[in-house]
Design a protein around this ligand. Structure first.
Ligand code: SF4
Ligand code: MSK
Length: 632
């Protein structure tokens, strides 16, 4: 590997060097071996949907093949490929939501899973139109779970849209015929329409993609968040720490990686089990240090303050510290490279889900019916592995930062109510926030979300963008790996107020919040959608009228493509910091970055330079402010 700067994070840089010294490979080595990505694939121009192909369209208009064997043009091929990304992303989030709904369905008083947040259960039941009077809490929980599960496959009708969506937006979706039907149906509809010889019209495919993505944002993901809150508690503000420096020399280090909280919650519980703590002593360790990575990390960080070991591109580096007894994974964002890497150290790489089995892993299937016992077995494996740690191979970086996390919407409202009329007359709404936006004390809000991608310097774009936003009095809400980048850079600490403009710093001081609010995992972007919708409703406008934008500066996953589509369909301009595979079709680019605005009042911006993207976002926020002023 040359000496190119690969990361903005010191701990990451130190461990990339250690990897070199240890003679093990990381994503950055594989990137170098891969050389430049395939030019056709990069532009979305290759099609392998049938066995007459694969076909690829020349990226130079008028030169070389301009159509596939069936006559599919670049516009058709690019839009079909993009629609399939939306379908895959939607299915990942929504299947996560489904799993959590199944867990709620098995919740019971004395079982492994119970109801931690009865208030949330009642709120969700109410929004779904389920009678709550005189019902046993668990009967109600099971009814909510059944309702949720039916949303996936109901044969008739439309998805139940949450009340946070402003009336104007709901009507617009109806007019455009993009209100989703059953969640699974929308995914299947895309898979069908993109089958060889079916839909061959870019605009129609993009419209379908919007509908499918809305099934994710207001269906699968939304329920993933709400039901997790019911089961495990709605997050409240709490302190934690982030970066690989949270690993401990004398403890059994366990990394939880993936997405679904059903497993990680149980591991956190099992790590307190008296029998296991006795075993810890027997193996000569001082304790069990459970830490998180990616979104399952966010879930347990929000609810228990579990420390974050790192974000997406640090998953291999955690193993390379030589200090991790077990990496325990469920689904999504897990490198298949991990088992081989773990072999080079003493780390046990443990898969737990039948949805994500990985060759070379130790598979301990996590059974929700016997969740606590399954979790104990997994933790026991980690403890027993402590004796195999080779102290000479250990390097734990010193870097870690303090963070305040746990900003669910209820927590944000509680904080807002601490100020205006505080205890005397709490608003119980986002009104104080809406007032700050209309008065101009806060210029706007930006959601910074999404993954890391080795095409960019790790974490750098996210950090630069967040710093620029808060300096310009724009409050930041963050989820996923972007939130973890912010945590590692100290931007989730109250101390980061010193980097904020005067207006934002004052608000943060009064409300007792950091300038960047950690709102959770990737499915928790539903929290952001709810927040935006509620503020719009308070002001009597649509989402697209608010000075609010979203950005995924370093995205990589298909889930991010689905998210981008539902955020834009919700009326929120969305910046992509990595160019999506659409540049092979001028038509698709024009629809997504231009004409779509006439449909839904928002569009995509593609800008890889974080400073340019920041300037564009500020301009757009100020434009929206001027328009909002005229409306008010
Ligand atoms: Fe080629 Fe058309 Fe088949 Fe795609 S669907 S592989 S463009 S023939
Ligand atoms: S974990 S989807 S790398 S944000 Fe949600 Fe991080 Fe992206 Fe996975």
């Amino acid at each position: 590997m040359d000496d190119k700067i690969l990361t903005a994070d010191k701990a990451t840089a130190e461990l990339i060097s250690k990897a070199k010294n240890d003679g093990v490979e990381t994503v950055w080595d594989r990137q170098q071996i891969m050389k430049a990505p395939c030019g056709f694939g990069e532009k979305g121009l290759c099609c392998r949907l049938c066995a007459m192909g694969p076909c690829r369209i020349s990226p130079t208009p008028g030169k070389g093949a301009q159509k596939g064997l069936c006559g599919a043009t670049a516009d058709v091929i690019v839009s079909r490929n993009l629609a399939r990304m939306v379908a895959a992303g939607t299915s990942a989030h929504s299947d996560h939501g489904r799993s959590i709904a199944h867990v709620l369905h098995m919740a019971s008083k004395d079982g492994n899973y119970t109801v931690k947040d009865e208030r949330k259960l009642l709120e969700v039941a109410k929004r779904l139109g389920i009678e709550t009077e005189n019902k046993d809490m668990f009967d109600l929980a099971h009814e909510v779970a059944e309702y949720a599960l039916n949303e996936y496959g109901k044969p008739f009708g439309k998805l139940t849209i949450p009340p946070s969506v402003p009336e104007q937006r709901r009507k617009l979706w109806e007019k455009l015929d993009i209100v989703p039907r059953a969640i699974d149906r929308e995914v299947v509809a895309i898979m069908h329409s993109t089958h060889m010889g079916c839909m061959a019209d870019a605009e129609s495919l993009i419209t379908m993609s919007l509908r499918t993505a809305l099934a994710d944002g207001y269906g699968g993901s939304y329920m993933g968040t709400e039901i997790s809150d019911i089961l495990f508690g709605t997050p409240v503000a709490r302190s934690t720490e982030a970066n690989l420096g949270v690993l401990e020399h004398n403890a059994v280090n366990i990394i939880l990686h993936g997405h679904e909280p059903a497993l990680s919650e149980m591991i956190v519980l099992a790590a307190d089990d008296a029998e296991l703590l006795k075993l810890v002593k027997e193996v000569g360790a001082e304790g069990i240090n459970v830490t998180g990575m990616c979104c399952t990390g966010n879930e347990v960080m929000m609810r228990h303050g579990v420390k974050i070991a790192g974000n997406f591109l640090q998953q291999e580096l955690a193993v390379i510290t030589g200090a991790v007894e077990a990496v325990v994974v469920d689904v999504q964002c897990i490198f298949p490279a991990l088992p081989e890497l773990a072999e080079a150290y003493h780390t046990k790489f443990i898969t737990t889900s039948p949805k994500a089995r990985i060759t070379g892993a130790t598979h301990i299937e996590f059974d929700e019916a016997t969740a606590y016992e399954s979790a104990k077995n997994i933790v026991r494996e980690a403890i027993l592995n402590y004796k195999n740690r080779n102290k000479e191979k250990v390097f734990i970086p010193g870097s870690k930062n303090h963070a305040t996390v746990g900003f669910s919407n209820r927590t944000i409202i509680n904080h807002l109510d601490k100020v205006v009329n505080s205890h005397i007359d709490p608003t119980g709404t986002f009104k104080p926030l809406a007032d700050c936006l209309t008065s101009g004390v806060l210029r706007g809000a930006v959601g910074v979300v999404g993954c890391n991608n080795p095409k960019k310097v790790h974490d750098q774009s996210m950090i630069e963008i967040i710093k620029t936003m808060i300096a310009n009095d724009i409050i930041v809400v963050a989820t996923g790996c972007a939130a973890q980048a912010a945590a590692k850079a100290g931007l989730l600490s109250k101390d980061a107020r010193r980097l904020a403009g005067k207006g934002l710093a004052t608000v943060c001081e009064l409300v007792d919040i950091p300038p960047v609010l950690h709102m959770g995992s990737c499915v928790d972007i539903s929290r952001i959608m709810e927040l935006v919708g509620e503020v719009a409703k308070l002001l009597g406008v649509d989402n697209c009228d608010l000075p609010v934008v979203g950005i995924a500066p370093e995205w990589m996953s298909e889930k991010a493509v689905a998210i981008g589509h539902y955020v834009v369909a919700s009326g929120i301009d969305t910046w992509l910091g990595i160019t999506p595979p659409i540049m092979g079709s001028e038509e698709v680019v024009d629809i997504l970055t231009n004409r779509i605005e006439e449909m839904v009042g928002a569009k995509f911006f593609i800008e890889e330079d974080p400073m340019k993207a920041s300037r564009q976002m500020i301009e757009r926020i100020e434009l929206k402010r001027r328009r909002l002023d005229k409306k008010m």
